[in-house]
Design a binder for this molecule. Structure first.
Ligand SMILES: *Cc1c(COP(=O)(O)O)cnc(C)c1O
Length: 819
């Protein structure tokens, strides 16, 4: 808690206005995360893509009365926000960081700071679990480790916490110096040093030096001395350390050997002169390294061996991402079944609240563990969070939450255990709901997730929402500040799932969406999308629906405009978009149509031309550059003529994804982003800058030994010239897997190895050659994804990535996730 006066002295802000301020409980940096306006102070931060100052009117209207701003006219601010307490500072982000550093300084508990290239979040989650029997831990929620995330994480520190664990991530020099005073770690863990984020630094050495700045005052730094660069740097700075190593017997903790035994790894180590043995419930290398960091801490704390083994046995993989899955009866699940603490709950509830679709929002919630609050205070807060996020139904599972059930208002049901819930579970009780499943590990909520999941035939299209946002932002960096952005979500958002993608785009505030047909637009509206939507090919019989759902038609012909204007209601304005044909020769007006077009528009002044546009026929290929330039100049002159006659301003646009890359000087008023959003850079020159969005996965149904001379599949096309092992996978042309991949043209990835198709692709299955490889039924086969790219596959069968993406059948379940 903080008073406004304290805020002023900490941030050294200039006071613009001071009106009976309330104590500050919440630091707010994202207007969408507002929950308790009265106790919040909003820091208006200017980012690369957005400016917090834009949200003042809205936040003020919602009741926020404390603001930290970087700019604004003093008199104007006072006039607009008469009841607001306002500070002006040089830099709002720095002000926020100072507040967090001040808050941190109020506490003298041990704090573990974690940095490194990989594993920060997992080590943090595991340590918090391993130490929670004796400590009340406060930690960064998920991977809140940035310049913004760290202050918000540290702000959670409360008087009854006994240990803090915070992670810090940086991508360029100078950043760690800002994070160090906020975390002020007393102990440090440097997980490892890899290649991630190399681009922000001049060398690996510099990266290590920068990261080490977090640990300048620690009592002890834990790290693996096998990372030479790191080890040398630590020695040079004489930081007090605890090392572990597989190579140096003089390390504090020497790992003599690690061996795999089933699903466990046996570790033989020497610590304090004694050789011991422990098992951890993982076998992959990254998990073993992460567990060894944790082991170092546990040994250093002097825990007995049997106790350490006991706690390690209970570790589970950390789900690094929140997944949204299709479920029974039109429901969607957000699956967050790893842990359940207050900060994590707030994040998951935000995600739920920010899904725009209609229908009920339901939360299935276990008892919360490890909070710093009394039970009564904790569940009051939980109930308040749930109420503030507009949740319709709560299902509480566990003895403690059930005990506090009276705190929850509205529709609420309680069960003593997961088993009780499952025994009474009836699928028909859930319909068209968005359901957050959030439970501490011990409650075994994965069984609940299973109960809700639809039966699937093992093939899923995973859509990485973070990659989508990355790609969106990449194209945004190419746009002039006032260029608007229309995003194409036609054809089921290029196969990725229309409303999930539209929803994300709405959240990230694009200006316009475009679909091909009225039905697609209607589906978006019914799922709560309120952005303006252009419909590119509306048929006259769909005009009533178009108007009913406030969709805006593309008009490309006189007859079509004639049909549109015949049944307009008087005194209602209608927006249309005029398509001009500049050389694609698909749809659109040509100059010869203009006189008749103007005459018709003049007769119907309620019809407003919101925009005019044209489409480039060859923006993706350099050999068509001259033609693209010709199209652009034709468009410019046609659009100018149009605007002159209409006598009002019309939004003009011509660039698609490839055009944005190739002709940045012709952005005009708006651009239309398509395939680039979905991870394919159509000109090919900047593919590296994008992240792949979708991964199509299926499973191995059966593995077979084929004798020499036998054949595989229809028409006996797959020939075993020598004895072979084949695997049958659960994807066929009815799922959108192109039949042209038959007979060795296509490959899939299993356990990182490429396996060629053998025989013809069947309707629901196909066979692959896995001779000599370790493959068993149930293994995952990747059909396309980051390691087997759409670009490569499209080339193999002589098509374009667009076709492969949009062909993935709707019977393939989509799973959306954030990292
Ligand atoms: C599909 C489409 C786009 C987007 O094209 P991409 O090549 O996917 O960027 C732009 N404009 C129109 C008219 C379209 O139909």
């Amino acid at each position: 808690m903080l008073t406004f006066q304290q805020l002023q002295s900490i941030t050294q802000g200039k006071e613009v206005q001071f009106v009976r301020p309330l104590p500050i409980v919440h630091l707010l940096t994202d207007s969408r995360k507002l929950s308790q306006p009265a106790g919040s102070v909003f820091f208006a931060i200017q980012g690369k893509y957005n400016d917090g100052h834009k949200y003042l009117p809205q936040l003020y209207a919602q009741g926020v009365r404390a603001f930290v701003l970087e700019q604004g006219d003093l008199e104007e601010l006072k006039r607009l926000y008469p009841e607001a307490n306002i500070l002006l500072v040089e830099n709002s982000l720095e002000a926020l960081q100072r507040v967090a550093a001040w808050h941190r300084a109020q506490f003298s508990i041990p704090v573990i700071g974690i940095t490194g290239s990989n594993g920060k979040t997992i080590v943090k989650e595991w340590l918090s679990q391993l130490l929670s029997p004796e400590e009340l831990v406060v930690k960064s929620p998920r991977s809140y480790n940035s310049q913004l995330g760290v202050p918000l994480s540290v702000w959670q520190l409360q008087p009854n916490h006994t240990l803090g664990i915070f992670e810090a991530g940086i991508s360029q020099p100078g950043e760690m110096e800002k994070l160090q005073p906020i975390i002020r770690p007393t102990l440090g863990i440097f997980t490892n040093i890899g290649t991630a984020h190399d681009e922000g630094f001049t060398s690996r050495e510099q990266k290590v030096q920068e990261k080490l700045k977090l640990f300048k005052d620690v009592e002890r730094l834990f790290y693996c001395s096998d990372y030479k660069l790191l080890h040398q740097a630590v020695l040079l700075q004489s930081i007090n350390s605890f090392t572990w190593s597989r190579q140096h017997p003089e390390a504090n903790l020497y790992i003599n050997a690690t061996t795999t035994a089933g699903h466990r790894t046996i570790i033989v180590y020497t610590f304090g002169g004694e050789k011991q043995r422990l098992a951890i419930p993982f076998t992959d290398e990254a998990s073993v390294e992460n567990a060894l960091h944790c082991l170092a801490i546990l040994l250093h704390r002097g825990l007995p061996l049997s106790e350490i083994q006991d706690r390690l046995d209970r570790l589970h993989p950390v789900a690094m991402r929140l997944e949204m899955k299709e479920a029974i009866n039109g429901c969607y699940l957000i699956d967050d079944t790893y842990n359940n603490d207050l900060a994590g709950l707030a994040i998951a509830l935000d995600l739920l609240a920010n899904q725009p679709q209609r229908g009920k929002r339901t939360v299935i919630l276990s008892d919360l563990l490890e909070s710093g609050l009394s039970e009564a205070a904790l569940y009051s807060q939980v109930a308040l969070l749930i109420q503030n996020r507009g949740i319709d139904k709560v299902i509480g599972i566990g003895p403690t939450i059930s005990h506090h059930q009276l705190k929850f208002s509205g529709e609420a049901l309680f069960y003593g255990s997961t088993r009780d819930f499952l025994q009474q579970f009836k699928a028909e009780d859930f319909r068209n709901e968005l359901i957050l499943v959030k439970g501490a590990r011990v409650f075994g909520f994965e069984k609940i997730v299973q109960a809700f999941q639809q039966k699937v035939h093992g093939t899923v299209l995973e859509v990485n929402l973070d990659a989508l946002v990355h790609n969106l932002n990449y194209y945004r960096t190419k746009l002039a500040p006032d260029t608007r952005l229309m995003v194409m979500v036609k054809a089921f958002a290029y196969g990725s799932g229309s409303f999930e993608v539209a929803n994300l785009l709405q959240f990230h505030r694009v200006d316009y969406l475009a679909v091909a047909y009225v039905d697609e637009g209607v589906a978006l509206r019914e799922n709560g999308i309120t952005l303006p939507i252009m419909v590119m090919n509306p048929s006259p019989d769909s005009f009533p629906k178009l108007r009913q759902y406030s969709l805006e038609p593309e008009i490309y012909a006189l007859e079509q405009l004639q049909a549109f204007v015949t049944s307009l209601e008087p005194d209602v304005k209608y927006k249309i978009h005029l398509k001009l044909d500049t050389g694609m020769h698909r749809l659109g007006f040509v100059p010869e149509d203009f006189e008749a077009l103007f005459a018709l528009l003049a007769q119907h002044p309620q019809v407003q031309v919101a925009s005019t546009f044209s489409h480039l026929a060859g923006a993706d290929e350099a050999i068509h550059n001259d033609f693209s330039q010709l199209q652009i100049s034709r468009f410019r002159s046609m659009a100018t003529a149009l605007e002159e006659r209409l006598k009002y301003k019309v939004i003009k646009h011509i660039l698609n994804s490839a055009g944005i890359v190739r002709f940045p000087e012709h952005q005009l008023d708006m651009v239309r982003l398509g395939i680039g959003l979905y991870g394919v850079e159509a000109t090919g020159s900047e593919q590296e800058a994008l992240r792949p969005v979708s991964t199509l996965k299926t499973t191995v149904s059966q593995v077979k030994s084929i004798k020499q001379g036998e054949t595989v599949g229809y028409s006996r096309k797959g020939i075993a010239d020598v004895a072979k092992t084949t695997a049958t996978i659960a994807i066929g042309y009815a799922d959108g897997y192109d039949r042209r991949f038959s007979n060795g043209v296509g490959e899939v990835l299993i356990n990182g190895q490429r396996c060629p198709l053998i025989g013809n692709v069947c309707m629901d299955m196909c066979m692959i050659d896995v001779t000599g490889l370790q493959v068993k039924a149930g293994d995952t086969a990747i059909v396309f994804g980051p390691e087997l790219t759409l670009v490569e596959l499209a080339q193999r069968i002589g098509t374009i990535p667009y076709e492969l993406l949009t062909n993935v059948s709707t019977r393939v379940k989509r799973v959306f996730y954030s990292e």
